[in-house]
Design a protein around this ligand. Structure first.
Ligand code: 3HC
Length: 712
């Protein structure tokens, strides 16, 4: 064993069979934290200087190669490096082989791209995901990747940030060889010995042939700018990525690197990068439930069933199949089952037609969903998710049946979006095994997965539900048991203000324009038209029947009564041409608004855009604070995660509470206090908000009240 280099514990250097082996060992993902970069440089220097060493291998210990720069270091002052591993490898006289397993992402892939050869095991993934945290690949990735895969593909990979599976990376030219996974180090050493004598050393920086593609298609960069204009609205990073790839084509390598460094530095502390970094860590924090015993035995869920083959149940079953998870879909009539399975098949078929899913993959997923028509047929499953009508007596009846049918130890989850989990659990003799698992619509697409903690839910049940969500690609988030739980409860005031502002004189077009400019993919009224106005209409009718003081929404009621149910009837808040989903402003809607306002005596006035934005979002911020105050959520940042993944809140704004901090608790509180005076009880300021306004502190760092939290 040769002498250790750099920080001994982070990067090890040893010589085996004349090959210098550099092992990065910085758990959990070998991020290039302080000490790691220097350790790699020291090891490369040592290998270069040792005459007995003919070639080198760079490999990761543990579960990955290198997942990238240490994101926690961004935004903090740090010295400009005197030397970079990339430059050292380019200037070196011995071949370096990157041996990749797990992930080679960001700076990790950039280290590999600077190596002369890259080999990987078949299930490894590579990518440059920097754009997802608001920056760009700053270690030469924007200059080297286009030289391997061509500028067009490089732009696609860098702007999407997607993880490319090794076989695809091999086909693209990023990986030289896929090797068996049983002993990657041995494979890498053998490979290094094979290439040890090859000269000249194949340096990616010297490759020019793939860049020629841009000469034949010089418009590709502007075409990409146009193509991303909608989704990259208000953001800088994707455009800077394009500028760097363009530089790779138009400038000598070193000048391209200079530009990359300059633009990287410009982005590192941008507002979008800060917000996206926050979102990255918030999405990891949300998985943690404080206070659960460390040695908790979490029941394993290997088989699952879904009760109810409606739209929701079908979407949930697809979520399982999409992640290779066998699932039974239960409904009691052959018609309901047939219809449910047809809907699933049709949904998959649309993806196949669009080219986003292969036919074989569709067939494989369909085969994982087994339609069954009796409770006995699901009795053996480890967990069941109920997705029947959102009516408490119906749910209770289903849970009583599940309790009777399911094997001992099976977990019983409800996909209710608002009903009392304790009441549902009360219908069983195993309330400790009951929790809520709230999927968003459409269940197979949306990532937010609220896990609702009932009074009697056992810690193991809760942990199993959180884990199950992650196993099917969702972001599991804890919610206490209260009306609407956390996500919908924070969203309801937004929906209410949206309707009220139209009564008061704002137009649906203006509200939608404000929210699209803010960064939502579509405005809330256009979204209402997509989902259909009839569902909330029915809910309002039901509520009004049970509550004489219920304040209805006469404008959408009138639209529904006119047959304007949204896109499906060609008209709602907007009108639609046949076969086209583009909302078109409709004078008829303005007439209806004016007519209802006159009949009801609503005073109408002009709104400015900022007032619209603030009224919508402040109402939700206030509710979020009340939820924390009641101990129904663990952390404000969990609420942000739910908004990012459940409601289309623009990710580069961090989330509802992160955004609110940009305005500040004090200003928000002052405005809410004024609206409380003007509009009454619904704007009563939360105590937590008041406290933060008076004492200072960040909304995004607020935690659920520990005296009231069930966990923590
Ligand atoms: N920096 C710091 N911490 C990181 C990290 C990174 N690059 N990547 C992961 N972590 C941390 C996570 O925060 C988490 O910490 P925790 O346990 O304390 O919560 C832990 O590592 C495990 O991460 P995950 O829970 O995400 O583990 P998964 O196995 O689910 O996913 C992964 C692994 C796909 C590697 C995922 O962690 C990931 O996407 N990481 C970020 C990759 C990335 O963005 N790389 C580019 C960085 S920027 C860069 O390289 C700039 C360069 O161009 C100069």
């Amino acid at each position: 064993m040769a002498e250790a280099a750099g920080d001994k514990t982070l990067v090890r250097y040893a010589v085996a069979e004349g090959i210098g082996v550099i092992t990065i060992d910085n758990p959990p993902v070998n991020a290039l934290g302080p000490g790691v970069r220097d350790g790699i440089i020291a090891a490369l220097t040592q290998g270069e200087a040792d005459p007995s060493v003919k070639a080198m291998v760079m490999i990761g210990a543990g579960r990955s190669f290198i997942a990238g720069a240490d994101i926690r270091q961004f935004g903090k002052p740090r010295p400009t490096p005197q030397q970079r591993a990339y430059e050292l490898i380019d200037a070196g006289s011995k071949p370096v082989v990157a041996a990749i397993h797990g992930y080679a992402l960001g700076g990790g892939l950039e280290h590999a791209l600077a190596c002369h050869y890259r080999i990987a095991v078949a299930n490894a993934k590579v990518g440059l995901p920097e754009v997802l945290i608001g920056i760009l690949p700053g270690g030469g990735g924007t200059q080297r990747l286009p030289r391997l895969v061509g500028p067009k593909k490089a732009m696609e990979l860098i702007i999407s940030g997607r993880h490319v599976p090794a076989p695809e990376a091999k086909a693209l030219g990023i990986i030289d060889e896929i090797v068996g996974g049983s002993d990657l180090l041995a494979e890498a050493i053998a490979y290094a010995k094979r290439v040890a004598g090859v000269r000249p050393l194949p340096r990616v920086r010297d490759k020019e042939d793939r860049l020629a593609e841009a000469k034949a298609d010089p418009g590709m960069f502007d075409a990409m700018r146009t193509a991303i204009a909608r989704r990259a609205r208000n953001q800088k990073a994707p455009y800077h990525c394009i500028a760097c790839v363009e530089a790779a084509v138009k400038l000598p390598f070193d000048e391209g690197i200079d530009l990359e460094r300059r633009l990287f530095a410009e982005l590192e502390n941008s507002e979008e990068a800060k917000a996206l970094r926050y979102a990255f860590f918030a999405e990891r924090e949300v998985a943690k439930i404080p206070g659960l015993p460390k040695d908790l035995a979490v029941p394993e869920v290997k088989t699952a069933a879904v009760v109810g083959a409606g739209t929701m149940g079908g979407g949930i079953a697809m979520s399982f199949a999409d992640f290779d998870f066998p699932v039974k879909l239960l409904d009691l009539t052959p018609e309901a089952l047939d219809k449910g399975m047809r809907r699933i098949r049709d949904t998959y078929a649309v993806s196949v037609k669009r080219g986003s899913l292969a036919q074989e993959e569709m067939d494989k997923r369909l085969a994982l969903i087994e339609p069954v028509d009796s409770y006995a047929a699901i009795a053996d499953c480890d967990a069941v998710i109920e997705a029947v009508f959102e009516v408490l007596p119906v749910k209770k009846e289903v849970f009583a049946k599940l309790d009777a049918a399911m094997k001992p130890g099976a977990l019983l989850f409800s996909n209710t979006s608002a009903l009392d989990i304790d009441a549902i659990a009360g219908a069983t003799r195993r309330p400790e095994a009951v929790a809520g698992t709230h999927f968003f619509v459409p269940a197979n697409v949306m990532k937010t997965f609220e896990v609702v903690d009932g009074t009697k839910t056992a810690p193991a049940t809760l942990a199993a539900a959180m884990k199950l969500g992650r196993a099917i690609g969702k972001i599991s988030a804890y919610a206490g048991n209260c009306d609407g739980f956390v996500a919908n409860r924070t969203r309801i005031p937004f929906n209410l203000e949206q309707g009220l502002m139209v009564e008061e004189g704002a137009t649906p077009e203006q509200v939608d324009k404000v929210m699209v400019a803010f960064g939502y993919p579509a405005g809330p009224f256009a979204v209402n038209d997509m989902s259909g106005l009839d569902i909330s209409y029915e809910t309002r009718k039901r509520r009004a029947a049970g509550d004489p003081n219920y304040r209805g929404q006469p404008i959408p009621d009138r639209l529904v009564e006119m047959g304007r149910l949204g896109q499906k009837t060609g008209a709602g808040w907007y009108r639609y041409e046949k076969g086209d989903r583009t909302p078109i402003s409709d004078p008829e809607v303005h007439r209806v608004i004016k007519e209802v306002a006159r009949e009801k005596g609503f005073h109408q006035r002009a709104f400015d855009d900022e007032e619209i934005l603030r009224r919508l979002l402040f109402s939700s911020v206030n509710e979020a604070c009340k939820i924390l105050e009641e101990g129904k959520a663990l952390r404000a940042s969990d609420i942000d995660v739910m908004w990012l993944n459940g409601f289309g809140f623009p990710r580069y704004r961090g989330g509802l509470m992160y955004w609110a901090d940009q305005i500040g608790a004090r200003d928000i509180y002052n405005q809410i206090a004024i609206w409380h005076q003007r509009y009454g009880a619904r704007w009563e300021p939360s105590r937590l908000l008041k406290q933060l306004a008076e004492q200072g502190g960040l909304l995004r760092e607020a935690k659920g009240d520990s005296a009231k939290l069930r966990r923590g």
